[in-house]
Ligand binder design. Sequence first.
Ligand code: ATP
Ligand code: MG
Length: 686
Amino acid sequence: MSAPHLARLNDDQRRAVEFGITAPGDGPLLVIAGAGSGKTNTLAHRVAHLIVNGADPRRILLMTFSRRAAGEMARRVERIAANVLGDKAAAMTDALAWSGTFHGIGARLLRDYAPSIGLDPAFTIHDREDSADLMNLVRHDLALSAKSSRFPAKGTCLAIYSRIVNATMPIEEALRDVFPWCAMWKDELTALFAAYVETKQAQNVLDYDDLLLYWAALMGEAEIAADLAGRFDHVLVDEYQDTNRLQASILIALKPEGAGLTVVGDDAQAIYSFRAATVRNILDFPQSFTRPATLVTLERNYRSTAPILAASNAVIARASERFAKTLWTERQSGGRPRLVTVRDEAGQALYIVDAILEARERGVPLKEQSVLFRASHHSGPLEVELTRRNIPFVKFGGLKFLDAAHVKDVLALLRLAENPRDRVAGFRVLMLLPGIGPATAGRLLGAMASAADPLAEIAAFTPPARAAEDWPGFAALLGAMRTRAAGWPGELEGIRAWYQPYLEQVHEDAAVRMADLAQLEQIAAGYASRERFLTELTLDPPAAVSDESGVPYKDEDYLILSTIHSAKGQEWRQVFVLNVVDGCIPSDLGTGTSSEIEEERRLLYVAMTRAKDDLHLVVPQRFYVTQQGRGGDRHLYASRTRFIPEAITGLFETTTWPRMASAGASAATPPVAPVDLKARMRGMWR
Ligand code: ATP
Ligand code: MG
């Protein structure tokens, strides 16, 4: 029996793809295997195989790590299915409507089912920064920050809250295990979180965690749970090692028997435990469903050359805990990965730019190369050098386009129109108006919170004299947005006209900021409605781009800069990893617990296994650290990461850059006459 779309798979991959479709099998399926072994590829083949064999694509739920990954998966599925279905594959893949992140899918389901759990479907979604701001407002209302200057900061409060929700653990446990230095505030934090939850409900806003929490709540209502479970015949999850307890509980509720459920993952790549992800989900998987689970392992790596794989395996082999896995490759050619010592971060940038350009000369496009780093700000010196040398790049996982103040202002205005009770958005917008301070804003928002028609309160409000002139224009704008008078995305034009004068009053670079807003309008045009735009942008913001002039041209070749966390699942021909030094990877010098340190080891493993042909780990001898709240910035004399001990350096080609002349060589060259500095400088002042 020939199956042209499965021709490229190896036996283990094919077993996972055919399981329960064209081969026997009925329980849950777990594929666990190392980096580059084709897990994601297998998942794509399985979806294509389902479609080719008559499954309804609208009844397939596919969950990936990012929306971008979901898009890539859909393209792969289409290519694979086209082997059998030809032109019809595209339409079938378009019908794969339920693919995206857990949070994105949660948001969509909640819009449908909101009323049945007492939620208004017009809710707006807070990103982490908005959530921290709301936490701060509540903290302020309860006078907690006034109580003691040592009360945890808003970000810490949010982190504790988020941990409790995602790990479904009691507050005592979260404080004891993860935030011991906050344990003394248990009662205050309990009160704070209760008030935070109430406030969100009153304002009809959801934070990221709520998207999972309410989804889990939906699954707790027997009728809705049955409805939802019946909606999807097949549920597939990529990167399962980075899901948390709440996500696992949702899957179990969706597919209690486990039939039709496929998850793939690699415990050695678990790097999200700081967001309460847990490898226990993989360990517990076989016992979680009423039917027995089937385990498939994949051992052949198709991505990397043998020397890269050997070095990566050596780094992870020293991990204290992991499933034993074998990984081999047939790609025997290629040199050892480089371990390059440079003087400092400026030297690091120069080394990388040279190597990138050299590779491009050899025919490796920029798009096939990437630079990875532990934290977003580490790429600063490199970005400067790339800009100076006119090398276009796109940066993922860093400061987002949406974090710019002016972009946030416009989004807040849209959110306020969508949900006038959204207090964080309201504050942001009102404070833009000259003459309106926090007290006035608070008073108006308070009145709006209890009003039947909150926007009518704005129209009827008598502002302080200084704001009187601007007020009617503002009220009219919001009124028009509320009735959707200008339609979507037409209303953005009105917003721009209203906002421009404020921008020009406050900022010298107003023109640059207006260009950003024009770009925002372009992005907005790609969404069917204001609500879809706000939801998807908040959940999966676009990457920051190389310069203020905008995204690289459509067909332009550009380099990828990315945090390691955002590089998950991807691959490039040539990969550079920045700052492979103690204090960076692992990041916490000495203060980290052993399990935190182990997570850093996995992070390095993830970074190294992104490379297909060439891998460079760069070790600056001097490294600049920003120590938030610990006495400012300082230079650090760095040493190579502890994850590459002397015993395994033989797996690397160790070099120093720029190559220093060795003592022997300089003895052999004839002495050079010292330069006559005086003579040279005389010329300079003439
Ligand atoms: P990661 O753990 O990093 O997410 P993965 O296990 O998901 O990796 P994939 O990204 O699916 O691995 O595959 C890695 C590379 O190997 C891809 O370029 C893919 O096209 C290729 N590949 C996978 N399976 C095969 C195969 N049977 N034949 C040829 N190439 C393959
Ligand atoms: Mg993958």
